[in-house]
Design a protein around this ligand. Structure first.
Ligand code: SF4
Length: 432
């Protein structure tokens, strides 16, 4: 007799499922107004028709155990995919006997598209792949920009990567090499963008990809791309080489737009919110209600443009500043990037080729001169900014300072000669 197909229950329903662990400490993290990662983990753990439900229950059990004992139980190892030396973060449990379903919980770092643009269809497919090969747990995005596919077994790493690769995605960086990069949404949608960030990202990353997939540097090296000084991707303090959009002519002012702001908010608002908050006192509001900017004093911080978006915009001569050495705490504390190229035009093929040339020279210099486990910012502190700039053949400018002077007594012998040399290099206008 033919069986009624509706009577056939899915395989997962026949299999006895693991009990949901008791998690009193984790439950406390769900209190309060903000979304909790614990709620997300529980949702995956209670998706009884999904293959990863038991793995997530086991993970919750181990996490609760960690909170109880105040100890982490993950250790690293070596897991990878064919042809790549990085991009998978291996995690093996040290308490696998207690929580066997999550004994392996590796992460795949996948490079995002420049500017983080996805079609909904692509996002759905990414989720489907991870539901099939992993835990269903995804983080958009890690600090370096990666899509973090968290939680899979050693056996499933290669099939998961193959499926992502089939969609056109590639593994990102990990370890001592070039790391995954990110750019702000930039020229695709933002009117303040000063260069094509997506193109700059792809040019540099495609040109240095070998050092990402087969890491051989002293330590990590990150590039980040922001279209203006608002720096939406934290390039100045979270990347070794930051490419930040700027302009070198005058801020564009629409006086009719200024009048509209004055009509809406009043003169005092304009003075409080724009004029007095300019860090260099470059903005003035005249008696006749026109706004002027002393462009010589402007440091391109973006504040006035952010407040008066409909009346002010960056100038027409746009490009990028290059800063080097930003990083979080390591050997010598947090560092912001040091300006090494005040302005670089980024329009033509030649401009982008010059940017890639600078990036590869920077990486080569880092590879040859940095100590093991030393970021480029720390290397510059150790060898001196002047030596770094000379090593790269970058023009030295007195405006490049690592930090303000702390001693009011300075030796001035040799200054005249140096000032003369600088004036000759820059032309007579610089001395004015
Ligand atoms: Fe002042 Fe910043 Fe506006 Fe320049 S961009 S005028 S420094 S507020």
């Amino acid at each position: 007799m033919a069986q009624d197909p509706k009577a056939q229950a899915p395989k997962t329903q026949n299999k006895p499922r693991k009990e949901m662990p008791s998690t009193p400490l984790l439950d406390q993290l769900e209190d309060g107004p903000w979304p909790s990662f614990v709620t997300g983990l529980k949702r995956l753990a209670t998706s009884e028709d999904k293959p990863y439900a038991d793995m997530m229950k086991s993970l919750l059990g181990q996490l609760e155990h960690s909170y109880q004992t105040r100890t982490g139980y993950w250790k690293g190892g070596t897991v990878g995919v064919f042809g790549y030396g990085a991009g998978v973060i291996p995690r093996f449990s040290e308490v696998a006997d207690k929580y066997p379903e999550s004994k392996e919980f590796h992460t795949l770092r996948i490079q995002p598209p420049a500017g983080m643009h996805y079609r909904t269809e692509t996002l759905r497919k990414l989720c489907d792949v991870w539901e099939e090969h992993g835990s269903g747990l995804i983080a958009f995005h890690g600090q370096s920009g990666d899509i973090m596919f968290q939680g899979t077994s050693t056996e499933q790493v290669q099939p998961a990567f193959d499926a992502f690769n089939e969609m056109g995605f590639d593994l990102g960086g990990a370890g001592a090499g070039i790391r995954t990069s990110m750019s702000c949404v930039g020229s695709a949608r933002c009117e303040q963008s000063c260069y094509d960030e997506q193109r700059a990202l792809r040019t540099i990353i495609n040109g240095t990809l070998d050092d990402m997939h087969r890491p051989s540097l002293p330590y990590k090296f990150k590039f980040k791309f922001s279209g203006c000084a608002n720096d939406c991707v934290n390039a100045i303090h979270r990347s070794d080489m930051a490419i930040i959009g700027t302009w070198r002519d005058d801020i564009k002012i629409d006086q009719e737009g200024i009048k509209a702001y004055l009509a809406q908010h009043g003169r005092q608002w304009m003075i409080d919110q724009v004029v007095t908050l300019c860090p260099t006192n470059a903005v003035s509001l005249k008696d006749d209600d026109t706004l002027t900017v002393d462009n010589h004093s402007c440091v391109r911080c973006m504040h006035c443009i952010n407040v008066l978006t409909k009346a002010l915009s960056p100038g027409d001569e746009r490009g990028a500043s290059i800063l080097v050495g930003g990083k979080r705490t390591l050997k010598i504390g947090d560092l912001m990037g040091i300006m090494v190229v005040p302005f670089m035009r980024l329009e033509s093929d030649e401009d982008f080729a010059a940017l890639l040339d600078l990036a590869t020279r920077m990486v080569d210099f880092f590879a040859e001169n940095a100590l093991d486990h030393e970021r480029i910012g720390e290397m510059i502190e150790r060898i001196g900014l002047v030596n770094f700039l000379e090593g790269l053949g970058l023009e030295i400018d007195p405006n490049m300072i690592a930090h303000p002077r702390t001693n009011s007594y300075v030796r001035t012998d040799g200054w005249e000669a140096e000032a003369e040399k600088w004036t000759q290099r820059k032309g007579p206008q610089a001395a004015e």
